[in-house]
Design a protein around this ligand. Structure first.
Ligand code: GTP
Length: 488
């Protein structure tokens, strides 16, 4: 082989190598999406921030009778992480060592129930001195004689031995209530933890420039950490990838607008979010009050939410009656009574340990008789894994339905509990048809993404969000305003 042949071969090899390197670089560049270059001429002119949406709407209320919303579909096929999760009754093998309430076995009244909430059955009718002491401040109580329901024959609701329509609590002056309009806007600062990790995290990644595989992985991680769940995360990431490429998104502003659009879409902006707490017709003219059941596990914020919702209704000029069907925790009844007295709402309560179904029934009866606009029934916290307690909840609803239509079943979920909230939601909705979700304590978590997951999982809209412990820290859930609060 001559020297010139060798040189030619070397040149050819070098050329081939050079071509290969150049091709590799070009291909790699193509896979990246660059947001750093401004291309004014071709860029679509997306709104820079927030769009035209204004979060000044109030909490919207509707009547259960007039809603046209189709019953939610439960997209079971799309469920994620269901493996090994408990459902109702799955605790059969769990040692039943948890305290159980006695469930009074009440017969359901006839559908046409001739009932009156008439008479506050005196608490201790047999104690002679009791007459003189209208309400002796809880002195060290004499051992309480078992309260036998004395049946004043006529007109009494058979299954309701114990609930006592409370004397309207000494109504202090009715408090001023924050307007319900623009609450999410007012409270948006409370979402700062979710905003800084989730919203700003995403914006930082999307706006940083070249989006390679590592960037997309980081985006996925951010979504997962914010509790959006695997299915929603994949869906959002895929959509962002496709749209960024197809729309020729180039600038951080365009990326932001796209992110907003994708997140809002994932929140189902068209879901019906009005709280069905308006009466059926005019209660003063034979109409029926709306009935709202508030359910959930312990400590999620049911009583607080019931109280806050009562304020929303009162602020809207409605009359409200509260049913304290949390007969398990005496403090909860007192707590609700305080909420009631602050807005001048009557509270129907039972004695500790009373059958919650009977208290709920009595509350609804009383509400009908006194022609209030809405009866809000606070139920006891219950572990979703305890069959007996879940059965009891089902019974509460069935008993109430003997008297009136239940318009809204609000499931209160604590946003800080993450995946567990989702499991609860699933089980509760098996037992009582949950019609709306209240996500509380969003002010204390960076995991605001649970909103996406819970809606997707249940097909039930988040209607309200709790953003603090203050009496008016309850806001309507508005997807656009929520996403804006995360991204701004
Ligand atoms: N930060 C914050 N705290 C809340 C919110 N909602 C409720 N809380 C607090 O959560 C705690 C529990 O609230 P409750 O209303 O008593 O909960 P519950 O579900 O009725 O409790 P049980 O009757 O024991 O099941 C209270 O300290 C409330 O002030 C919220 O949106 N944000």
């Amino acid at each position: 082989m001559t020297t010139s042949t060798v040189i030619l071969i070397i040149v050819a090899v070098v050329l081939v190598l050079a071509i290969a390197v150049i091709a590799g670089v070009v291909l790699n560049r193509r896979r990246r999406i660059s947001l750093s270059e401004q291309d004014d001429s071709t860029a679509p002119t997306e709104p820079v921030k927030g769009g035209s949406y204004r979060a000044d709407g109030g909490i919207s209320l509707s009547s259960g009778g007039t809603t046209t919303a189709a019953p939610p579909e439960h997209p079971a096929g799309e469920r994620t992480e269901v493996e090994g999760q408990p459902g109702v009754g799955d605790d059969a093998a769990v040692p039943r060592d948890t305290e159980r309430r006695g469930i009074v076995d009440v017969e359901l009244p006839d559908g046409g129930g001739t009932t009156t909430a008439e008479p506050p059955a005196p608490e201790k009718p047999s104690a002679p001195e009791a007459a003189e002491k209208p309400s002796a401040p809880e002195a060290p109580e004499k051992p309480e004689a078992p309260v036998e329901p004395e049946v004043p024959a006529q007109e009494r609701v058979e299954p309701v031995p114990e609930p006592i329509p409370a004397e309207p609590e000494a109504v202090e002056e009715i408090e001023e209530i924050e307007p319900t309009a623009g609450r999410l806007e007012r409270l948006r600062g409370r979402l700062s933890r979710s905003r800084s990790t989730f919203g700003q995290g995403l914006l930082g990644l999307l706006g940083a420039g070249d989006l390679d595989e590592d960037s997309w992985e980081e985006i996925e991680d951010t979504l997962l950490l914010a509790d959006l769940g695997a299915a929603t995360t994949t869906e959002i990431t895929e959509r962002l990838r496709t749209e960024i490429a197809s729309r020729g998104v180039r600038t951080p502003e365009q990326a932001r607008a796209l992110l907003r659009e994708v997140l809002v879409d994932a929140l189902g902006p068209d879901m019906e979010r009005a709280v069905r707490a308006l009466p059926h017709g005019d209660p003063a003219d034979g109409g029926k009050p709306a009935v709202v059941l508030v359910v959930g596990v312990n400590g999620t914020g049911k009583t607080t939410t019931t109280g806050k919702l009562a304020r929303v209704l009162v602020a809207d000029g409605r009359t409200v009656l509260l049913g304290a069907a949390d007969t398990f925790r005496a403090a909860a009844v007192e707590q609700l009574a305080t909420w009631g007295s602050r807005v001048g709402a009557e509270v129907v309560r039972g004695k500790e340990g009373a059958d919650p179904a009977s208290v709920a029934f009595e509350a609804v009866s009383r509400g009908s008789d006194t022609a209030v606009d809405a009866v809000l029934v606070d139920t006891a916290g219950r572990l979703h894994t305890k069959t007996g307690l879940m059965d009891e909840l089902g019974k509460v609803k069935r008993v109430v339905e003997k008297k009136a239509q239940v318009d809204e079943v609000l499931l209160v979920l604590d946003a800080t509990t993450g995946q567990n909230g989702l499991i609860q939601a699933r089980v509760f909705s098996e037992v009582v048809d949950v019609t709306g979700i209240v996500l509380t304590k969003l002010d204390g978590t960076a995991k605001g993404g649970i909103v996406f997951q819970v809606q997707r999982e249940l097909g039930v809209p988040v209607k309200l969000v709790g953003l603090g412990e203050g009496p008016d820290d309850l806001a309507p859930f508005q997807p656009e305003a929520f996403v804006d609060a995360l991204l701004d």
